[in-house]
Write a protein that binds this ligand. Structure first.
Ligand code: ZN
Length: 405
């Protein structure tokens, strides 16, 4: 228990940041004092919750404070670009976090997660979902089909400026579908997973959309004198034909180690690779002097204010370009034989999903902690506001929050 100062708790309400900081036991960096952070809860609650106002800190390797700060930087950029609706979604995303604590680990839930394609936390959740679903589909498929092995294929196209990104992404997705209809590919490939990814060169300001594939082929594909084998040059030529372009696109092809029937633990590694992200962290945000900023807020790029409008130089283009490029597009695709009715709806609600997650490997349930996002800029962080001992998904033992152990 923190020692209680002899002040009436009711008086605290008008007190400045310096004093609430002490009372809440927040860290005492001098830069902290320059901006007020409201106590996240009524200080009277400390009777019930002695460590109220405690910062979340890292959860495993995840730094949710940093993710939220990056999210707010992207929201700011979207707002300045006139995309108020998108900005609002991101700004209201994960303003609360719920941490379920177990003996062997913690699980994080964002009850009001926005699911916006540009949101860093939504991307994490999507990544987890994609991975889980694809792993399930592959596992099931490889159990049924004997003698299958995996190939990792990357197909790329020329880099493009922001104002071409939506159009180029459409071309890439169409080319990917076309590639799978070509006779030599159909002969060789039994099943596939395809993921679209975007990278951006900060110096040239050019985007590089490309597709990662996990292909399943019968073992005979690699046999000596195989008639179905497609070498690197052939893949390159096939994708050039699919892309209908004048240049030879760069492709990369290699064996996916461990992906074979039945699916082993080692086979999950290439899967993790492929499901990892749509855009690398850092594509839209850079850090300077402890503060995150959206790329494109300093250097103008050509873009259109609206469809059909002329190109003109403007700021905050990358966030608009990526939002427009992914809008309504399916970035993860699987061959039909991998899909089944009950899954692969990639648009479903992640909330239910996460509650469904097994807790077997996490050990016994300890408690659930509730955190709220407070403060602005570098001062923003998640602060503890409540704790419950009712296990999520279980029958309630008692109402409301209880005191910590
Ligand atoms: Zn979000």
């Amino acid at each position: 228990m923190l020692s209680e100062p002899s002040i009436d708790p009711l008086q605290h309400e008008w007190m400045g940041a310096a004093s609430s900081q002490v009372l809440l036991g927040l860290d005492a960096r001098p830069d902290f004092i320059c901006e007020q952070i409201d106590p996240p809860v009524d200080l009277r609650d400390r009777d019930n919750l002695p460590d109220v106002g405690k910062r979340l800190g890292k959860v495993g390797r995840r730094d949710f404070q940093r993710l939220q700060q990056e999210k707010l930087a992207i929201a700011e950029s979207l707002k300045e670009a006139g995309r108020d609706e998108d900005a609002g979604l991101l700004r209201n995303c994960c303003t609360n976090l719920i941490i379920d604590k177990y003996e062997k680990g913690r699980r994080v839930r964002g009850p009001n997660e926005c699911k916006h394609p540009l949101c860093p936390t939504a991307q994490l959740a999507r990544q987890r979902r994609t991975y889980r679903r694809v792993a399930q589909a592959l596992e099931r498929y490889l159990r049924r089909k004997e003698g299958m092995v995996g190939i990792m294929l990357t197909t790329t196209m020329e880099s493009c400026p922001s104002h071409e990104l939506r159009y180029r992404t459409g071309q890439l997705i169409a080319a990917c579908s076309r590639l799978m209809t070509f006779a030599p590919v159909k002969r060789a490939v039994a099943a596939y997973v395809r993921v679209i990814e975007f990278t951006r060169n900060a110096v040239t300001q050019l985007w590089h959309p490309h597709a990662h594939w996990l292909l399943l082929v019968p073992k005979s594909y690699f046999a000596k004198g195989s008639k179905t084998f497609i070498d690197h040059d052939r893949w390159s030529k096939l994708f050039r034909k699919a892309l209908r372009c004048a240049y030879t696109p760069i492709v990369d092809v290699r064996v996916a180690k461990g992906v074979s029937s039945p699916l082993s633990e080692a086979g999950l590694k290439p899967l993790r690779e492929i499901a990892k992200y749509t855009t690398k962290p850092g594509t839209l945000v850079y850090w300077d002097n402890g503060m995150p900023y959206a790329v494109g807020r300093q250097r103008p790029e050509l873009y259109r204010k609206a469809k059909g409008a002329p190109l003109e130089p403007m700021f905050n283009v990358p966030v608009m370009a990526l939002a427009d490029a992914v809008k309504g597009r399916r970035l993860v695709a699987l061959s039909r034989n991998l899909e089944t009715d009950e899954e692969l709806d990639f648009t479903d609600d992640p909330r239910g999903d996460e509650l469904d997650q097994t807790t077997e490997d996490l050990g016994a349930f300890i408690c659930t902690e509730f955190y709220e996002w407070r403060g602005r800029g570098r001062h923003g962080d998640y602060f503890l506001v409540g704790r419950s001992f009712d296990e999520p998904g279980q029958h309630k033992r008692k109402e409301g929050f209880a005191m910590g152990p």
